[in-house]
Write a protein that binds this ligand. Structure first.
Ligand SMILES: [Zn+2]
Length: 468
């Protein structure tokens, strides 16, 4: 029963793994991928890709790795959480899934790839965690002597035109490139510091507002911070310096960056042109996702008239939201291998046919224009550079199709008032972040896309994106 032999019960004929139509080698782009017994081999460049259960892992240079043997309680909690009952054969399968891992060679992907188990743990299913990063270590000694270093990795969310004499917020993203943590609690906590200069480099007066960090940021970690930006009272083209201060110790201007901003004029609209905002009573996450499914079904209708619609869902994990829609040939892509394997098992049990694969949404193993539509549910905001992933996903959608972005959180999480769930995700290392409507619109444009339809239900964005 164990090994790769169990995976041919239902659905796709053709043995293990099921060869998915359209797959290509992410390294050389050849479509000549062959079943090599537990892996896919590229007939052209020789690259190999692990297949875990029936789930191909199409990351460049991913290698199989041994996972932990789970205890009985964990296995049964997973079975129960997914409504799988307690048949010994299923317990064996789940145990097998835990043992099969892959190493991606990317720290952020590795963290996000363990999401299912974390979600189950966090949802009251009582699965015990070990080796978890959710707790914050107290700094052992005062490290004020060590110089923290950083690099701004994404300042694209800062508007290049801001009204004079106002205070606004924008998402900034940085990486701790030094040897010591950025601490968020006193003493000597790090805060984002912004200041202004004229084009000759002379300081321009503006209120000194500083933004605390929501968590400690260890060496190597990246974080998106919504930062306060107060603008000068005078207008003109100026340089905004984005930096950090270590309170009571030093300014950290060595790693600062300056960007050119036009100060003056009127504030842009809070809601982009043509976008609609509904402020219905608050809905639960599940209710909002059901509405998102209905919206997506409506968007698919014009494409579905004559044939099967090929859909790529990015981030669907164990329960892809596009599953079960009529006339849809679904490819569910995620980085969570346990979730994908369980999802594949659940789907085949329900008699549904969907392809589950583990791959990089910024390096999709499919040819351009392969899909009729692509969709993400509450997924886009997890990527370090959402515009970059959108632009790439859009290349795999055919002319006349669309990219659906559904149930994305809208609004900045206010520093100092961060929701407990959000903080907990951040502490685990998950790339949790949230954007305003105008930041979403700007990232769509950077991806050369525009929202043909965009609705914000309280704080959940649903946008149908087409080429500019
Ligand atoms: Zn190849």
């Amino acid at each position: 029963m164990v090994g790769s032999g169990w995976g041919c019960a239902a659905g796709r004929p053709g043995g293990t793994p099921p060869m998915m139509a359209g797959l290509e080698c992410p390294r050389c782009r050849s479509a000549d991928l062959r079943d090599g017994g537990g892996l896919l081999e590229c007939g052209d460049c020789g690259s190999s890709y692990p297949v875990l259960g029936r789930v191909p892992v199409l990351f460049r240079d991913a290698v199989p790795a041994a996972g932990d043997d789970p205890d009985n309680a964990t296995v049964h909690q997973v079975l129960e959480a997914l409504g799988l009952g307690s048949a010994p054969a299923d317990a064996l399968r789940v145990r097998q899934m835990f043992r099969r891992r892959a190493s991606f060679g990317d720290e952020q992907v590795q963290v996000e790839s363990a999401q299912l188990l974390d979600r189950l743990r966090g949802s009251g299913h009582g699965i015990d965690g070990s080796g978890h990063r959710a707790e914050e270590a107290q700094p052992a000694a005062d490290d004020a002597d060590a110089l923290p270093r950083y690099r701004w990795t994404l300042l694209d969310h800062v508007p290049r035109r801001l009204p004079a004499g106002t205070e606004t917020m924008a998402n900034l993203r940085f990486r701790n490139t030094g040897a010591v943590a950025f601490r968020h609690r006193p003493p000597h906590e790090a805060r984002v510091h912004v200041s202004w200069f004229d084009e000759a480099g002379k300081p321009v007066d503006a209120p000194d507002v500083r933004t605390p960090l929501p968590i400690d940021v260890p060496p190597g970690r990246e974080l998106t911070v919504p930062a306060f930006i107060a603008t000068p009272r005078v207008s003109g083209r100026m340089l905004l310096q984005v930096s950090f201060v270590q309170e009571g110790v030093r300014f950290m201007h060595d790693d600062a960056r300056r960007i050119s901003v036009r100060v003056g004029g009127a504030a842009g609209p809070a809601l982009p042109d043509g976008w609609v905002r509904h402020s219905e009573p608050h809905r639960t996450y599940e209710e909002d996702h059901r509405i998102g499914q209905d919206v997506f079904r409506r968007w698919l209708q014009p494409l579905a008239k004559a044939k099967l619609v090929r859909v790529l869902e990015v981030g669907g994990n164990v329960h892809p939201m596009a599953a079960g829609l009529a006339n849809v040939d679904l490819y569910n892509l995620d980085v969570d291998l346990l979730g994908l394997q369980l999802g594949d098992l659940l789907h085949r049990r329900d008699g549904r046919d969907a392809a589950f694969l583990c791959a990089d949404a910024e390096d999709l193993p499919f040819p351009p224009g392969f899909f009729d539509a692509a969709v993400m549910f509450a997924t886009l905001h997890h990527f370090p550079d959402p515009a970059r992933v959108l632009a790439h996903v859009a290349t795999r959608v055919r002319p006349g199709g669309f990219v659906g972005v559904l149930c994305e959180p809208v609004g900045h999480v206010h520093p100092g008032a961060v929701a407990p769930d959000f903080l907990s995700e951040l502490r685990k290392g998950v790339n949790e972040q949230s954007f305003t409507a105008s930041e979403y619109e700007a990232m769509f444009r950077r991806a050369r896309l525009r929202a043909e339809e965009a609705t914000i239900d309280v704080n959940s964005l649903k946008a149908r994106l087409v080429p500019l």
